[in-house]
Structures are given as C-alpha cells and as structure tokens.
Design a protein around this ligand. Structure first.
Ligand code: ZN
Length: 310
C-alpha cells in the first residue's frame, strides 16, 4: 500500500522539483563579470565576491604587468564585463583608454583611492610619473616631483589590502545590492585573515639582525615600509644595471652583509646572479604576482628572514 502511494506521488514530486529548481535559477542572478589587472587582485575580488563574481586577470600568469599587451579576445570579453578593477601597473598607461572605450558601460574602480601611495624613483616604473600627472593634475601643477611616480605594488602590504578590499566591497555592493550582506560578511572574514597574516609577518621579521634585502625589481616597497625593512633594488631605470652600477651594488651588498638576492619570474635574473656570485650569496625566487596571495606573502617573509639570519 505504502509503495503504491509513493508510486502515485512520484510525478507530483518530479513537478515539485522542477518548480523549486526553476525558482532557484530565477532567484540566483548572473554573477558580476569583473576584470582586474593583476592576479593578486583576482584573489582579492574573489575573496569578497565569492560565487557572485566571475573574475579574470588581464595580465596572465607568467607575464609582466610592465609590458603586457591584452589579447584581442580579452578586449572583446570587456564588452560583457561589468567592472574593471585597475591597479596602476605600467601596462595600464598604454591600455587604459582602449580598455575604457571597449565598453563605455563598464564601471572602472581604482581601489587605491583614498590611500597614501609611496613614490618610486623614476625609471623603476618608466612612465609612472606621466601616469600620476595624467590621472591627477595636482601632481603636475602643484609641484609634484616629475622624476618620481607612484609605486603600484600596494598589495605587498596586507594592511593596505584591507583598505583596498573595503573599496572593492563598496563597489560590488553598489553594483549588486541584493548580495550586500554576503559582501559585508566576506569582507569581514578576509580582513581578519589579512590581519592574522600581518601579525605572522611582523613576528617573522621582528628581530632580524639585517634589515636590508636586495631585489632585482623593486616590487616590495610597501612590504618593506610596513615591516621596517630596507629594499635595495638592482634594476636601474627599469633595466639591468651597467658595469659601474653593478660594481657599486656588489660593494654595497658586501658592506650591508647581504646573503641573498631576490628575483621574480617576470624579470631577468642575470645581474642578480652576477651580484650573488661576487658576494658568495645565492639567488632566491619570489613572486609578487602570485595568485596564492596570503601563503605566498608568508613564504616571502620567511625567505627574507632566513636570508637575514645566515
Ligand atoms: Zn613592478
């Protein structure tokens, strides 16, 4: 008797399931389509947006944000994009106008707004000076130093990422108010994660006898500023140093008792290897553009700490 009833109810049940699923499909809107400039930002937006966002990075893994050219397919994908989150990396200077015109309806967020940005010596990011002048006339007309530009590598400091994340949360909320609670909750969890990361890094580098670290490309300025370290760049005007500059760097490395030279995969390690050979040190690979944001930054702090204690 029971089995017979269940059998009769089966079509009804099937209808019910269809109705419920259709309801879910209608209630759950399409995810916001977001483009970012570099991979760490993809991770940051996904932390806040979760399943409500579909995030892609313009600069793909292994490419340099200094020289990147978006593919025609990426430019075409912008026509279906709701939000572009820029970061001020050098390829944007050449491409931002085209990115904007690919989809005039797309919103563009600069998550650095309202933040103190450190300056970077001209050359390290060739045209940042121009960018600063173009973006913000104050720099040009009120005595801004034209030989320096803003350092775009803000994400290397977790506490600054907390601020960037708040700007991203606010923008996602504005574009998709139905999920405001999720964005707020995700932001709170992510901020707590970043604060824990900051505490871990502080502990790792607190008592280091040697506060200087030598890098090829100076991508770690915010990291160094936050944790009381000194970043010594090898790169000169965005290029490998000449013989005389290299000799001076080797002297400096010896004087400062440097044991490791840090390089990143997007740049040549050639002059770093020369310095390392001359001082009997080693070349260490770290990556400011890793998508695995928190674990990578923790590992970088660990490697800087190890090199300083050798
Ligand atoms: Zn860079």
């Amino acid at each position: 008797m029971k089995a017979k009833l269940a059998y009769r109810l089966r079509p009804l049940l099937a209808c019910l399931i269809v109705v419920v699923f259709t309801g879910v499909a209608f209630a759950e809107s399409e995810p916001l389509r977001v483009f970012v400039s570099v991979l760490p930002q993809k991770t940051i937006v996904e932390k806040i947006g979760g399943a409500h966002t579909d995030v892609r990075s313009m600069v793909r893994p292994g490419y340099s944000p200094h020289t990147y050219d978006p593919t025609p397919r990426q430019i075409a994908a912008l026509s279906k994009t709701d939000l572009y989150v820029r970061s001020g990396v050098p390829f944007e200077h050449a491409w931002m106008a085209r990115i904007r015109s690919a989809n005039p309806d797309m919103q563009i967020l600069d998550p650095r707004s309202g933040m103190d940005q450190r300056l970077m010596k001209h050359g390290a990011h060739g045209d940042d000076g121009e960018e600063a002048g173009r973006d913000d006339n104050v720099d040009r007309h009120h005595g801004g130093t034209s030989s320096e530009g803003r350092d775009p590598h803000i994400w290397t400091s977790p506490l600054l990422v907390v601020q960037m994340a708040a700007n991203i949360r606010d923008k996602l909320t504005e574009l998709d108010p139905a999920h405001a609670q999720d964005y707020a909750r995700n932001y709170d969890a992510f901020a707590a994660e970043l604060e824990a990361l900051d505490r871990d890094i502080r502990l790792l580098v607190r008592d280091l006898p040697n506060r200087s670290f030598m890098v090829f490309h100076p991508a770690w300025g915010y990291f160094a500023d936050t944790y009381g370290l000194i970043q010594v760049p090898i790169e000169k005007e965005g290029k490998e140093p000449g013989a005389r500059a290299l000799a001076a760097l080797i002297e400096q490395a010896k004087r400062q008792d440097v044991k490791a030279i840090f390089v990143q995969p997007q740049f040549s390690a050639q002059s770093a290897e020369q310095v390392a050979r001359a001082i009997g040190g080693r070349v260490v690979h770290i990556d400011p553009l890793s998508a695995d944001y928190a674990d990578n930054l923790r590992a970088v702090a660990q490697q800087i700490a190890e090199a300083a204690q050798e």
